[in-house]
Design a protein around this ligand. Structure first.
Ligand code: AMP
Length: 275
């Protein structure tokens, strides 16, 4: 990576990093395509980061599809390279970045280890791949906020850029974890985005957002979801619960479908106009 960077820098190339955990799908590829529109070279990192999984979570089962990932990225040609380290951690690794602020609510409340693992690995990736910019998906909206906060607070010399969530035709956000869903669960999963839209639309009609979200949660359970970790409108910047829902509010959700956890989010404004 270091020698490739030397050559690229000498040639005056701009370089973007797209961090991923592999199991690549159209959402990841939309990040690569966006990065290619503004940068000469794009490095896609593929690394299943152990420190963001709790012991009981799906680290062992997480999709590892390097052959397919390489094939998907080869279509972009030689401006795209893969960085796939075996490990990013020393066997005695003992230093973590523990983000506060945007990392505390929502995912932070349900998966307390998660953003510490994410911030630490993203920091290490920025060291290994010192790109001009890094691209992140709005699919993981809170993660994007935590990374922006880390870059601001630790004065990291990299620009963070965001890409909208890619969905399939039914509205389900593309995710590596969608592969875990059975056929029956795959048929139920699109109900999540339908409820997000319906919820925004009844809020637009005047219902208090808390009541609208309670109704959506009940319907999701009735549709076959196992449980709802959160389904709430937040302020888009602070991620604090919305006082009143405005155009800048965002609906963030995390639900369980069988043993698979799905997360999604969208702006109130877009949900109101989405078909
Ligand atoms: P992951 O491999 O799940 O860690 O995701 C790597 C990057 O791809 C993150 O910045 C995600 O937010 C982004 N990403 C994942 N799914 C999507 C999607 N459906 N649309 C856009 N970006 C996505």
């Amino acid at each position: 990576m270091a020698s490739a960077f030397d050559l690229w820098r000498k040639a005056g190339h701009s370089i973007a990093l797209v961090p991923t955990m592999g199991g690549l799908h159209g959402g990841h590829l939309s990040l690569v395509a966006a990065a290619l529109t503004t940068h000469d070279k794009v490095v896609v990192s593929i690394y299943v980061n152990p420190t963001q999984f709790a012991k009981h979570e799906d680290l062992a089962d997480y999709p590892r599809t390097m052959t397919e990932d390489e094939a998907a990225l080869s279509r972009f040609g030689d401006r795209v390279s893969i960085f796939a380290p075996d490990s990013l951690y020393h066997e005695d690794h003992a230093t973590m970045i523990v983000p506060q602020g945007a990392a505390l609510p929502l995912e932070g409340a349900h998966r307390p280890h998660f953003f510490t693992g994410v911030a630490t690995v993203v920091f290490k990736l920025f060291q290994a791949v010192p790109a001009d910019s890094a691209f992140f998906g709005e699919k993981d909206y809170q993660q994007l906020a935590v990374i922006r906060q880390m870059v601001r607070d630790l004065s990291l010399p990299i620009v963070i850029l965001k890409v909208p969530t890619m969905r399939n035709a039914s509205g389900l956000a593309l995710s590596s974890r969608n592969r875990y869903l059975t056929e029956e669960q795959s048929a139920i999963a699109p109900q999540l985005y339908r409820e997000m839209r319906a919820c925004a639309q009844v809020v637009a009609g005047g219902l208090a957002w808390q009541d609208a979200c309670d109704g959506a949660k009940d319907r999701l359970i009735a549709a076959g979801f196992a449980s709802v970790d959160y389904f709430m409108f937040c302020e888009a910047d602070s991620l604090a619960p919305a006082t009143v829902v405005t155009d800048s509010s965002r609906l963030l959700v995390a639900v369980w479908l069988g043993k698979t956890r799905l997360i999604d989010n969208e702006s109130y404004r877009l949900l109101c106009i989405a078909q």
